[in-house]
Design a protein around this ligand. Sequence first.
Ligand SMILES: Nc1ncnc2c1ncn2[C@@H]1O[C@H](COP(=O)(O)OP(=O)(O)OP(=O)(O)O)[C@@H](O)[C@H]1O
Length: 876
Amino acid sequence: MTPMMAQFLEIKAQYKDALLFYRMGDFYEMFFEDAVAAAEALDIALTKRGKHQGEDIPMCGVPVHAAENYLLTLIRKGFRVAVCEQLESPAEAKKRGYKSVVKRDVVRLVTPGTLTEETLLEARKHNYLVAYSNIRDDGALAWVDISTGELHVTPCPQVKISPELARLAPREVLVSDNNLNALEGIAAEVGASVTALAPGSFDSASASARLTKFFSVKSTDAFGQFSRPEISALGALLDYLELTQKGQLPSIRPPVREDHRSIMQIDPATRRNLEITQTIQGERKGSLLSVIDRTMTAGGARLLFKRLSAPLVTVDPLHQRLACVTYFVDQPYAIEPVRDTLRKIPDIDRALSRLSVERGGPRDLAAIRDGLDHASRMSDLFPSTETPEILTNALASTVGHDDIVSHLSEALVAEPPLLARDGGFVSAGYDPDLDEARKLRDDGRKVIAELQATYSGDTGISALKIKHNNVLGYFIETPAGHASKMMSEPLSTQFIHRQTTANAVRFTTNDLSELETKILNAGERALSIEARVFAELQQRVVEAANQIGAVADALAEIDLYAAFADLAIEKNWCKPSVDTSRIFDVVDGRHPVVEAALQAENSGPFVANSCDLTARENSAAIWLLTGPNMAGKSTFLRQNALIALLAQIGSYVPATSAHIGLVSQLFSRVGASDDLARGRSTFMVEMVETAAILNQADERAMVILDEIGRGTATYDGLSIAWATLEHLHSANSCRALFATHYHELTALSESLPGVENATVTVKDWENEIIFLHEVRKGASDRSYGVQVAKLAGLPASVVDRARVVLDQLEAGEREGGGRSKELLDDLPLFSTAPAPQVTAAASSQVEDRLEDVIPDDLSPREALQLVYELKALARR
Ligand SMILES: Nc1ncnc2c1ncn2[C@@H]1O[C@H](COP(=O)(O)OP(=O)(O)OP(=O)(O)O)[C@@H](O)[C@H]1O
């Protein structure tokens, strides 16, 4: 085995679960099974190199300069990558002996939850790494985004893991080996990869020591009281960061404890169903987030994502947030200037995090400079009226950083290059040594010419020249005739003789050889001075990390409220009134996503609908919604849930007025949605999810059930829907919207005082159905399923047959349900499957009238008259 292969195998043995990027010159090479897996994942050629135990060694490689893109693909495909660098040059290795192998080691383990590079991250989304820990029955979750430095922790009993992970949508979850089985499925459901660590990583005593050391505090009490599982989860995060970042720890802000009781509980199925941050297909486009996101900065977008994932259930902070939106709504002229400035602000958080792990470049420094500079002018853009508390505090954080801004402005050129190693980012005039080095490098020839002029003046020999060749380097040459003058005092003390040729004598001076070395080294020297300046500036920035982080937070807040206001004004949304009552009174509410879709398709206006779900005292308030398919039941149900959600993140809402008594839990289920991925039958899923609601919903819950029970036989379904409605009413006593096709359920409104019937109206016109999308009190008379099926393009023969069957069934119902089977038996089987025929629709009066018209014979006046006539006919 070659020494190099021995080294590879030794390093690889430490990183068994990662692909090893083994640096060889300008390439990262992969060998053995790593090469096979990577070649396939990256679609690159698999070659071989040498033999190991008699077999060819598979190999593939990626060029270092393009490595980031390949990393991105590998990480997206679920791989972890250990980056192994050369720690010395081949020349240095040779000094240790002819056969020495260049020293190498892993400098970083790249995993989905520990990314910092711009190209590997989604700008408008957090990149969370989560750790779950439990000690006996107590559990906790801690999460960090190392690209922004945020660190959080919350108590988390077992049953809350799934909803919490759905809320955070992490990229990677750390668990102890013992918990792997329990967590694997849950993490996979939210698309996170799971990394199992040895139980030692979760040890709460060493975790505590790790935390106090990392944050340089005496005790973790400095950040508040944490339970043992909380400390353990936080400690596991730090342990993993040490492992993956190889000691180059990012700057992370002290842990903030979150209490899940202050956050609206929304389980994974509800999140999926309401398409809050992504659609059921997993795309951002078409989600609530995509429709309401008007933020200008990446930080603002991440804050919106976070807020939308965790609506509040406490009134005061919501009033404070709403006051900020109102501030902008009341002073609309202030919005554009503020947003114009925000538009120019780079991603300060992520630049800061890259600098803190020494993975940043000059552009990150410039991002901090420009971000802080724009921030400092932010408060001038605010009208002089009094700002609400949150904005006042945010604005206070935006100022006071002039020192660092002026330092960075002095030091950096306006638009620095991406990489520090190529230099060219420090401004002229900042560092005299650098200026000199650059002058020598760039103006080498000019400096030599100046020296030549000086010497020719000093010696009085106008023919004196400074020349260059490969043997002597720079030298001074005079014609042979001046030799004796040059070689006698006083000139001989300064000019040192080097060579005499047939026609000339050559000299050097101390100054010239110094200049020569300087010129030769100038390029390198300039680079090393720039590297030093970069390190100094980086340190300066990292030392001010907390301050700079606070500016980034402040800008994100300002961005979010200005964005909410911009949306509210343009879409005509109203300020919700939020309190602790159990009122839910929305007047003329709209579904923001459906409305936007209708607008985009130019498909007519959205019909606004009111919903009064106010619960009296201890009772429930339930609307039982019937109506034909496609009438807009699901839309109505969801729009009300979304309005509650928007109100509780502190946004205005799509309605004319809205009074929302805080909703603490939000549940939304749709009957019989497929969940083949989890291998459960659709009906089973529906029942499991319904059970979860009936077991958990309390009187502050809002429940949306869309056709529960439809996944099974009619009577079973009806019975289940019936009992579910009764339970929601009498046991859960919550506010609920219940859409159903079982008209039989409408009878319940008579026996259950908290249940009201409502229906979405349609107009039946000559067997055609017209959707009015209006929600009215009362029950619908029919399902109109057959008409809707016709609209969908079911063959005419099938529609006709369905009508016959329906008529028979309805007749049977009228004569007593027991006769249905008999009637079905009576339905003549074959006579009812007529050959498809094209049936001409009865022509309308308008069509008849048009038939008579010869357009070319009409005068303009007659044409106008005709239009009036047709309109009158159409109205009949
Ligand atoms: N209030 C409204 N104003 C205008 N168009 C609407 C409205 N509500 C729904 N629609 C339109 O009708 C379509 C169907 O709505 P929705 O899916 O809510 O119907 P549904 O009654 O739940 O149907 P099904 O019972 O078949 O699930 C929507 O995609 C939308 O285009």
